[in-house]
Design a binder for this molecule. Structure first.
Ligand code: C5P
Length: 223
């Protein structure tokens, strides 16, 4: 059964605490650029001490030495899973994988907010499909020793075709029929993502903006 990771994309630790108070059944939470920039590692340590599994999603993309240092720092504060950007290249990912120890390290492939046109523009190449690019980057990431991949629900099966057994397939872009897409382009509902083979579903706004966040979390866990 895929884990649901609640993305704590809220402005402050106090907001996150309020949300967590309303969803006591949450086991995994994502700390991203917003909360890490405002609240820092003390906040992550506090979540870990409260028994939560923390997914630190800072999508590192820098020279190998710098990324390896950041990965080691994440491991030291008790993070369970972290992201690097697969576009950082083999040497960067290999250095990061070595620094990760037993922390799960996953590679971000192509952001779920990209559609075909925006992606072609960003990489300056026509005729490259997002699915091919995700599969290519996933292959690079696994060769470099990463434990898993972040991809949209639409590329799960392609990623599985190049993934070793037991790889983590972490999937944002999760929406039920009634949820607003927001800035996400490549989407699916939780049941579909799960059936395709996602191991972790990252869900932000459908839970954060719900009148009853616990009910949405429960419903998504069952679907
Ligand atoms: O609010 P929503 O459900 O769209 O949140 C999705 C979460 O997944 C956000 O925290 C976003 O940063 C993250 N994410 C993503 N696409 C990626 C990697 C991470 O949307 N490729």
């Amino acid at each position: 059964m895929a884990e649901i990771i609640v993305a704590l994309d809220v402005p402050t630790a106090a907001d996150a605490d309020r949300l967590l108070g309303r969803i006591p059944e949450a086991g995994w939470v994502k700390v991203g650029s917003i909360l890490m920039t405002r609240e820092g590692p003390a906040f992550v340590r506090r979540l870990v001490a409260a028994g939560l599994d923390v997914f630190l999603d800072l999508k590192w993309h820098d020279i190998p030495n710098t990324v390896a240092g950041a990965v080691a720092a994440a491991r030291d504060i008790g993070v369970a899973m972290a992201t690097v950007h697969a576009l950082g290249g083999r040497a960067m990912m290999a250095a990061a994988a070595e620094a990760a120890g037993d922390m799960t390290l996953v590679g971000v492939t192509v952001l779920t907010s990209h559609g075909a046109e925006g992606f072609a523009r960003a990489v300056g190449r026509d005729g490259v499909t997002i699915e091919d690019e995700v599969a290519r980057l996933a292959g690079e990431a696994f060769e470099a020793g990463l434990d898993g991949i972040v991809c949209s629900p639409q590329e799960i099966e392609r990623v599985r075709s190049v993934a070793p057994r037991g790889a983590a397939i972490v999937v944002p872009g999760i929406r039920r029929r009634e949820d607003a897409a927001g800035d996400q382009v490549r989407l699916a509902d939780p049941g579909t993502a799960r059936a395709r083979g996602a191991t972790h579903l990252v869900v932000g706004r459908p839970i954060l903006s719900a009148a009853d966040p616990a009910a949405v979390l429960r419903e998504m866990s069952l679907r």
